[in-house]
Design a protein around this ligand. Structure first.
Ligand code: HEC
Ligand code: HEC
Length: 348
């Protein structure tokens, strides 16, 4: 009996301690300053910060908008519905995105992270400015299905937003450009560069195992021509042979209308693959094992297949089962738990 009483007491004390920690965290958050700091191992940023520097109030407003479902026609869907923090800002478990009225899109939602380093967005590069990007999903009939002007009016008519705009931009006046700038400030702060690999690369005390090091070296030889730099993307468009015809989605050619761009998609980053599955623009691969098997012996030929995937008259990138496993072990060092657990980025 005494034991149970003590247990109860312990649970109570523990619960109280948790509450205390939670309230301290809240306190911390409200005073926290949000500053954009580029990690040392990433290349130069592409976003024009001189036009729109990240400020604490701008970040907080951007976060509020990112999670606000009133930006969709029936107030059901926010940006955060398809880009959830716990799945590295992808649409967890959805091969293709799933929006308003349960409508399906045709493409897998990519992770919204390290956006400040990109100037070509979407799988086909159809948008080249982060500040304009939100208009596309807001107006897309299978995503949020609302005229952008109407979305801005809804925010204008929500009294609660006025102090947020005042804090971020110095006046209560709400405009489309300010709304977009605040969203960019939030997205620019979604930086993932704290994986085991990053800590190893920056000499912050982490070490890679022998297998992970082998995987890293194989990756450098076989994969880094496209998945380059510590962003693990060249931000360019390639056909990596997942299909032999691209009639249902022509990729980059959808934007350029050029036959040589058919089947080319933007090289995705390989950070946080643990949380971003399924893979590829159409979500057609479920596991990293399937992806490595694809590069080894599943590559399909078509007119635009990348030259890196047809070296020495061999189609694909030949890799033994052991080599495939080692590359997978290396890719797992790119998972950044700090990023997906960062409560500053989650809905408040
Ligand atoms: C219904 C699901 C859905 C909603 C809602 C949604 N997105 Fe997306 N998002 C996607 C999909 C799918 C893509 C890829 C589209 C493509 O390539 O054509 C994408 C792409 C992006 C990208 C480009 C990432 C890259 O690497 O190129 C950004 C940034 C982004 N969304 C931000 C937002 C913002 C901001 C909102 C809210 C205004 C939003 N999304 C709402 C599904 C969604
Ligand atoms: C010719 C350029 C190129 C090379 C070489 C290449 N990739 Fe890719 N990779 C891509 C492109 C482009 C995509 C996206 C294709 C699509 O969605 O249609 C991709 C997709 C992926 C994905 C899915 C990521 C996601 O979030 O959907 C993984 C994992 C991957 N590659 C790993 C590798 C590995 C490992 C190697 C080396 C064995 C490699 N890649 C070599 C261009 C390349």
């Amino acid at each position: 009996m005494a034991y149970f009483l003590n247990m109860k007491k312990a649970v109570f004390v523990f619960g109280f301690a948790l509450l205390l920690i939670a309230s301290c965290n809240k306190e911390k958050d409200s005073k926290e300053e949000f500053v954009f700091t580029a990690p040392a191992n990433l290349p130069a940023t592409k976003y024009n910060f001189s036009n729109n520097p990240v400020t604490t109030a701008g970040f907080i407003l951007g976060r509020k908008l990112f999670y606000d479902a009133t930006l969709s026609r029936d107030s059901s869907t926010s940006c955060g519905s398809c880009h959830t923090s716990f799945s590295s800002f992808t649409h967890h478990g959805h091969a293709v995105s799933h929006g308003i009225d349960n409508k399906l899109g045709i493409r897998n939602a990519p992770p919204v992270m390290n956006m400040a380093w990109s100037d070509e967005f979407m799988w086909d590069g159809g948008i080249n400015q982060l500040d304009l990007l939100p208009i596309a999903p807001i107006e897309n009939p299978v995503e949020m299905d609302l005229e952008f002007a109407d979305a801005v009016n809804r925010i204008k008519n929500t009294a609660a937003y006025k102090p947020y705009f005042k804090a971020a931009f110095g006046s209560e006046e709400i405009t489309g450009p300010k709304l977009l700038q605040a969203m960019s400030q939030f997205m620019n702060m979604l930086i993932s560069a704290n994986s085991k690999y990053d800590k190893w690369k920056r000499n912050e005390g982490a070490t890679l195992t022998a297998h992970e090091t082998d995987g890293y070296n194989l990756f450098q030889q076989k994969c880094s021509s496209c998945h380059s730099t510590d962003l693990f993307t060249d931000n360019k468009f390639h056909n990596n042979g997942i299909k032999d015809n691209f009639n249902s989605d022509s990729g980059r050619a959808h934007i350029t209308q050029l036959p040589q761009d058919v089947g080319k998609f933007k090289t995705p980053t390989l950070r946080n693959l643990e949380y971003t599955k399924p893979f590829m623009h159409d979500g057609s691969f479920q596991t990293l094992e399937e992806v490595l098997a694809h590069y080894n012996n599943g590559v399909k030929t078509s007119a635009t297949l990348d030259v890196a995937l047809k070296q020495n008259s061999t189609v694909g990138i030949p890799l033994t089962p052991t080599e495939q496993q080692k590359i997978i072990l290396f890719l797992k060092t790119l998972n950044d738990e700090d990023f997906i657990r960062d409560t500053r980025f989650a809905e408040q």
